[in-house]
Design a protein around this ligand. Structure first.
Ligand code: GTP
Ligand code: MG
Length: 452
């Protein structure tokens, strides 16, 4: 249904300085002219000042920008009405547009129309959704690159290579009796291998993006009562976790997100790790262990007043092989000499004198986290903001690529090889949306906001 005209607020329904209403579809100019005081001034890509009135009563003074098809976001006639940022005003203007024959847009409907009119491919549309939802600087940058075609360019190039290879192979089929080989089996194998490697590389980059877009998991671990919950509260600057001098206070894992150095971290306050007979505590400890194993960075908290004990060594053992930061906590109580001896005993870098009470060490901690993660995730720079849809399509394409390679090696009939290449082509085509069933489109755009 592209012959109707849709409208929606593009800004959140809150009190703010300005709000924006979008309209798209063939009836845009008429619908806007009907409610705008200066319809004669509506020229494409010009901001026109005037007011919107409802039966003689002014609703608000507004700026209207009209976009003439096809030079608009959706590719259709479009308009944007900028009014004062009050949800009551926005709703009244929308009601007038609806009365004039427009209909409320569903989630992502503007993007969907842009896609259907060839204004963008699916990787760009999905990137726009990521730009709106991203919580880290790197993700915004990756999403903008993707909106500009970083992923599409690779997929398109790969498909062009495959189309050529398939044509060569099919020509081989046509002339098979005359024994003319357009491409030798070794050449074909080489080309398929190169494409398989490109798919593997794209998959790797998509997986990095997918893993990082939810934030990086960083558990705070240590034996009971060392100050893990106090440290979480300090970093978050709120009283999120219960702190008490009773060892074993934290039993359930607490997860809170925080941004450090432009990177989203999911901090986990965990149950203190110790040998315990208490069943509930044991479960909490088991969770902590598993979290350590699945996280790229672990914060190990030690109590400077007690020094390193057996329970601490157990924790340190659990985290071996992980990237670690040691916080030698309660430095305010222990005094510098004691703290230094604990740091010396650790004998490792990344140990900081810390106090959850005074905030000592917090700035150093934040810059250490940034440095460690910058190194660890240098790859962020070329990650794609792909979700499961793209990842599973790439996985399927990889299966077909391996299959095609084997068929070539086994000198299977050329028709079968050509068919396998076609499957790879179709799968890759779904990534950009060249070949995409309607229900897939709905499931993609339904996740967008209204007005997007
Ligand atoms: N003086 C001082 N006391 C601290 C510091 N950090 C924590 N404490 C105290 O140490 C006790 C334990 O703190 P928690 O934050 O509950 O420790 P925890 O590691 O979460 O403990 P469990 O959840 O039981 O494993 C509380 O009485 C805190 O007030 C610190 O830096 N200095
Ligand atoms: Mg605790």
């Amino acid at each position: 249904m592209l012959d109707d005209t849709i409208c929606a607020p593009a800004t959140a329904p809150v009190h703010s300085s300005i709000a924006l209403i979008r309209i798209s579809g063939p009836d845009t100019l008429r619908a806007v002219s009907a409610i705008f005081s200066n319809p004669d001034r509506l020229a494409p890509r010009h901001a026109s000042y005037g007011s919107v009135a409802d039966e003689g009563e002014i609703v608000d003074d507004v700026i209207v920008v009209f976009y003439k098809s096809p030079a608009s976001f959706t590719g259709e006639d479009m308009a944007e009405i900028g009014c004062h940022g009050n949800p009551v005003i926005v709703n009244r203007i929308l009601a007038l547009l609806l009365r004039g024959g427009a209909r409320m847009a569903g989630p992502g409907e503007f993007c969907r129309r842009a896609f259907l009119h060839g204004k963008m491919d699916l990787t760009a549309a999905e990137a726009i959704n990521h730009i709106v939802r991203a919580r880290s600087d790197w993700e915004i940058q990756a999403a903008i690159r993707q909106m500009h075609g970083s992923l599409r360019t690779l997929v398109t190039a790969m498909r062009e290579d495959l189309v050529r290879l398939k044509a060569d192979i099919e020509s081989g089929i046509d002339f098979s009796e005359e024994e003319i080989e357009f491409v030798t089996p070794a050449q074909a194998r080489g080309q398929v291998d190169a494409i398989r490697e490109s798919i593997e590389d794209m998959l790797r980059r998509c997986r990095i993006g997918n893993r990082l877009s939810g934030g990086i998991d960083v558990p705070i671990v240590g034996k009971p009562n060392v100050g893990k919950s106090s440290i979480l509260n300090l970093i978050l600057n709120t009283e999120r976790a219960i702190v008490s001098d009773t060892p074993g206070t934290t039993r359930d894992m607490i997860r809170e997100s925080v941004r450090i150095g432009g990177i989203e971290l999911n901090l986990y306050d965990t149950a203190g790790i110790d040998s315990t007979e208490n069943a509930i505590e044991k479960k909490g400890i088991e969770f902590s262990r598993r979290k350590i194993e699945s996280s790229p960075l672990v914060i190990i908290v030690l109590d400077a007043t007690t020094g390193i004990q057996d329970a601490d060594r157990t924790v340190i053992d659990h985290a071996s092989g992980r990237r670690r930061i040691y916080l030698v906590n309660k430095a305010d109580l222990a005094g510098d000499e004691k703290v230094e001896s604990v740091i010396a005993e650790l004998g490792k870098a990344n140990a900081l004198s810390f106090s959850a009470y005074t905030g000592r060490g917090l700035a150093e901690f934040e810059s250490l986290v940034t440095t460690l993660l910058r190194n660890e995730f240098a790859e962020m720079k070329d990650a794609f903001v792909a979700d499961v849809r793209i990842i599973s399509l790439l996985e399927n394409a990889l299966v077909h690529a391996r299959e095609t390679g084997e068929l070539l090696s086994n000198k299977e009939p050329l028709e079968i090889i050509a068919f396998s290449i076609q499957e790879m082509l179709d799968t890759l085509g779904e990534i950009t949306g060249e070949i995409t069933p309607d229900d897939v489109l709905s499931s993609i755009f339904d996740r967008f906001c209204i007005g997007k």
